[in-house]
Design a protein around this ligand. Structure first.
Ligand code: 2AM
Length: 188
């Protein structure tokens, strides 16, 4: 379908750590004993902070501008928990959510509300989706034990069937962040 200015865009805020950090996590995941299912490509591994869903161009601009006013400090994110959600979704995340992470997720839920978007009513559950529709069980597997360094958060576009596109990156520096970079590229 041809895109126009009126075409809604599916957007969300996420932590999108370095290529190295995501490759290390994918390497750990790929060494698991035959879990089956659909692994998330290394380039797509992320932690969703606030899901906006389908929004129009005006709302996207509002989200971009409001996100630039969010303050936060860099933090470490230990991936010391492994779990399975319904329909065989294997995830990892922190056993104890760092205060800086829950504050950031809460602030971004506020950004959504300020722009007229209703945030997910479910409590924030920090997780990185590793595999979807896993068939098997994972008896006796320890969590990755890796630690991600969160230095920025991103506004990301999801194009169903085509993957993700990082639209904007906002540094976590405490100081007025603005937009660190604007890069785009098909991450399908
Ligand atoms: P998931 O990995 O647990 O499916 C893009 O879809 C990102 O937004 C994914 O990380 C997804 O989480 C998350 N997300 C949160 N709420 C969503 C929703 N209602 N629909 C689709 N994705 C959602």
């Amino acid at each position: 379908m041809e895109e126009t200015l009126d075409t809604p865009q599916r957007l969300f805020f996420a932590l999108w750590p370095s290529d190295e950090a995501r490759a290390a996590l994918a390497g750990w995941r790929d060494a698991l004993p035959r879990p089956g299912g659909r692994p998330t490509a290394a380039r797509n591994l992320h932690l969703t902070l606030a899901f906006a869903g389908d929004v129009d161009a005006e709302t996207r601009t509002c989200l971009e501008q409001a996100a630039a006013r969010v303050r936060g400090e860099p933090f470490s994110l230990p991936l010391d928990r492994l779990g399975v959600f319904k329909r065989g979704l294997l995830w990892t995340g922190p056993a104890d959510c760092p205060a800086a992470l829950s504050t950031l997720a809460g602030d971004l839920a506020g950004v959504l509300r300020d722009c007229g978007v209703r945030p997910d009513p479910c409590p924030f559950h920090a997780h990185i989706t590793l595999i979807r529709r896993m068939n098997g069980r994972l008896p006796g597997v320890d969590p990755p034990g890796l630690t991600w360094q969160a230095k920025a958060f991103c506004l990301v576009r999801s194009r169903p069937g085509q993957g993700y596109e990082v639209l904007k990156t906002y540094p976590l520096q405490g100081a007025p962040p603005g937009s660190l970079s604007e890069r785009s590229g098909s991450m399908g």
